[in-house]
Structure formats: structure tokens, C-alpha cells
Design a binder for this molecule. Sequence first.
Ligand code: TYD
Length: 207
Amino acid sequence: MFVAFEGGEGAGKSTQVRRLLDWLGLHEIPARVTHEPGGTAPGVRIRALLLDPATGDLSPRAEALLYAADRAQHVHAVVRPALDVGEVVVTDRYVDSSLAYQGAGRTLAVEEVRRLSAWATGGLVPALTVLLDLPPATGLQRARGRGAADRLEAESLDFHERVRATFLELAAAEPERYLVLDATLPADEIAAAVRDRVAALLPGRVA
Ligand code: TYD
């Protein structure tokens, strides 16, 4: 089973991804955590290019292609092989990040970005996407507490508002495949909601 976590800056995705992995481990369900961009060795290099402010201006299409290249490598080298041996794969960011950031954020046509990502992944879609939703002003404040802003974090509040709105639209269009949670809730409450939904997708495997 393939699960993705999505959300804006400072939404607490990495904490929740780790908590889900711990819980799956407790139930002896083979699972792995991974992330984009940079979930593979070549991806680490693509990530550096994408996030380093020293990269300067990248055209929106060039940026979208680099995220897609990172994703293609990630699916090929990490996600597919793990799914093929029956592991649960939990990724911190996936296709929806490109739809939100490169589509609505950079204002490329969302459907074009979707086609690009679908080609990159060979059409691999998560069974569940958990969207950790929070106001960008709150998230950016949290993220900036962690150090200097990267190329995307440094974008305007308006950019991040469009990103948030797009994540919510994607979730609303396919409610059966999404779990939308208020990322300002206590981490324990969020983790419990995620566990309930994932347990429902693993019938008979968690007590
Ligand atoms: P990430 O490492 O997940 O940082 P964060 O701590 O903010 O979650 O992601 C790095 C940045 O890359 C983040 O600002 C979102 C952006 N991004 C895109 O713009 N498009 C994409 O397809 C992905 C996967 C990430």
C-alpha cells in the first residue's frame, strides 16, 4: 500500500510520517518512509539545485521538469521496488506537491503538470493521501523557525495561499482517496486520525 503526506510549509508532515511508521512497526507491518524531493542519490542532487537560493531564477517549466525527474527516479528506485515486495510505502510529498506548487503556485496549467507527473511515475497513485492543512502564515512561521528560507519558502504569502487552495481542491475532488486534517491540532490527535484511516485500509492486519 502506498500512502502520501502532503501540505504546505511547516505542516508537520515529517513528524506524522515518522509516527505512522512507528505504529506500523508496532504491528509488524513491513513499511518504509521516504520523501520528495531527494529520496534517492540522484534526487539529492536535484533537490539541492531546486532548493538552493543560489540557483536563482528557474523557469516554471524547468522547475516542474526537475521535480518530475526527481519523482521518476524515486518511483523507479525506491517506491515501486518496495511496493513489489509488499511493503507499505509512506512518502513525505508526491504528485500533489507539483500540482499545487508548480501548477497553482507558478501558475502552470494544473492538468499539464498532472500529465507530466503521471508520465514520470508510470501512473502510480497513492491509495491514501493525507493532507495536513494549515494557514500559510502559521506554517511559514514554523518553517522559518528552522533556519534560512529555501527557494520555495521564500515565495510570497499569496503563492502559498494558492498552494493551500489547490491541495484542498484536489482533496475535495476525490474524498475517498484523501484524509484532510487540521494541522494546528495537537500531533497526538492527528496521528490517531491517520492511524484510524490507515487501519481501515489494512483489514485484518492491525488489531
Ligand atoms: P520538503 O523537503 O518537503 O520541505 P518541507 O519541509 O517544506 O516539507 O520540500 C521542499 C520544497 O519543495 C517545498 O517547499 C515544497 C517544494 N516542492 C515542490 O514545489 N514541488 C514538488 O513536486 C515537491 C515534491 C516539493
